[in-house]
Design a protein around this ligand. Sequence first.
Ligand code: PCA
Length: 205
Amino acid sequence: MKILVTGFEPFGGEEVNPSIEAVKKLPDKIAGARIVRLEVPVVCHKALAVIEEAVKKHDPDVILSIGQAAGRADITVERIGINVDDYSIPDNEGNQVTDQPVIADGPDAYLVKVPVRAMVERIRSRSIPASISNSAGTFVCNHVIYGVCHLIATKYPGRQSGFLHIPCLPRQALGKGNMPSMSQEMMTEALKAAIEAIAEEKQNF
Ligand code: PCA
């Protein structure tokens, strides 16, 4: 089994994005699954194209994307992507899309096809706080959740996709009052736990 794990480049004036930092530190194999890493631009009109190119090249069974959610205190496993782009800040190429669909004529929403409950439980079993999230917002992360689900539904049947939001790194939280943070080591451990839960469920099919 092969899992494409994506993280984002920094955005919103930050010098680092914990998602790509945690992804870079993943081992090459987790629970028998081969890991392929990919950095994705925080650009509305490019993110999905970069992911699709990697899907064509590597033919993964699962696409698991990771993004930063500043202000969240735990690892959140996203359950749903909605067909809405409504950005409160510009993306990294200055696009501030409002009230647009991700995919014109697409369904209103997609539920992800990874075992969100088992992923949360596995992360918690490592003493790392985690929960299910029922909204990934309406910025580039939601765009990717929805867009990858749509890609699978329309072009790559049988594949699965999922998304985890992770908190800021401690160095991003410096001087930001009550901004929660988590160490990169802990976040990488959480990703490993989530991937184990996905890989094990797949083996049981
Ligand atoms: N977080 C943003 C986009 C890129 C990222 O890491 C989001 O939550 O939409």
